[in-house]
Design a protein around this ligand. Structure first.
Ligand SMILES: [Zn+2]
Length: 224
């Protein structure tokens, strides 16, 4: 009987939870630090900061993404944001998040292994996405993947996690001319993950489903 109830609960959870990484998210620390590699122009730096801040606004204050840059600082980088200038193969994805998984071995009464999700290394092709809004929208999408969101199927209208790069018949990028905002769906899913993995932080979340701040840039077609 108990087993049946547990199964029903699990089925209920899988039906109601949005698509996301199934393993617990266990970042290295409460700061998710990323180092940026590749050509970092002033514009790129501003956009990366704004993308991180947009994600920070929907996370508990004690759990924030802190961007660090490739520099003279001797910092350890658990995760990387690679800015690629690959001129070849326009079929390659303009942005990607390569996820990292880890394993812990606990030694209680009976040793067992626990698998967890660690975060991802992000690559954004700034040769393809050489307009500010296009770069920003793809980076924000990849950061949602980092937190653990997966693509909803069917896609959710207006959700950043359903954002795709548009191409014309020659496969050339059609650049975005707006900076997209996180939708209620993106925020709800992020809070779902925080509540699942860090229930003690739930009370510290910003008001559910409402972003604290919105970020716009005055010029949308800056070239990186
Ligand atoms: Zn994606």
């Amino acid at each position: 009987m108990f087993k049946v109830i547990v199964d029903m609960l699990l089925i209920g959870c899988s039906l109601s939870s949005p698509p996301m990484v199934s393993l617990p998210w266990v970042p290295d620390s409460t700061d998710v630090r990323m180092c940026v590699t590749g050509p970092v122009s002033m514009t790129t730096k501003i956009l990366v900061d704004r993308a991180f801040n947009t994600i920070n606004a929907i996370l508990p204050p004690s759990f924030q993404l802190v961007p660090l840059y490739r520099s003279t600082e001797q910092v350890q980088c658990p995760l990387f944001l690679h800015l690629s200038v690959d001129h070849h193969d326009i079929d390659k994805p303009a942005g990607k998040c390569v996820r990292k998984y880890g394993v812990d071995i606990y030694e209680f009464v009976r040793p067992y292994m626990s698998y967890y999700y660690y975060g991802c290394n992000i690559t954004v092709n700034i040769h393809l996405l050489n307009r500010a809004a296009s770069f920003y929208n793809v980076l924000l999408h990849e950061l949602l993947h980092l937190i653990g969101l997966d693509h909803p199927n069917p896609p959710m209208l207006h959700a950043l996690i359903s954002h795709t790069v548009r191409r014309d018949n020659n496969k050339s990028i059609i650049h975005d001319n707006v900076y997209k905002q996180l939708s209620w769906y993106d925020i709800m899913t992020t809070h779902f993950i925080i509540a699942r993995n860090f229930p003690w932080l739930w009370s510290k979340l910003p008001y559910p489903y409402v972003t604290k701040r919105y970020y716009y840039l005055p010029v949308s077609n800056m070239t990186l």
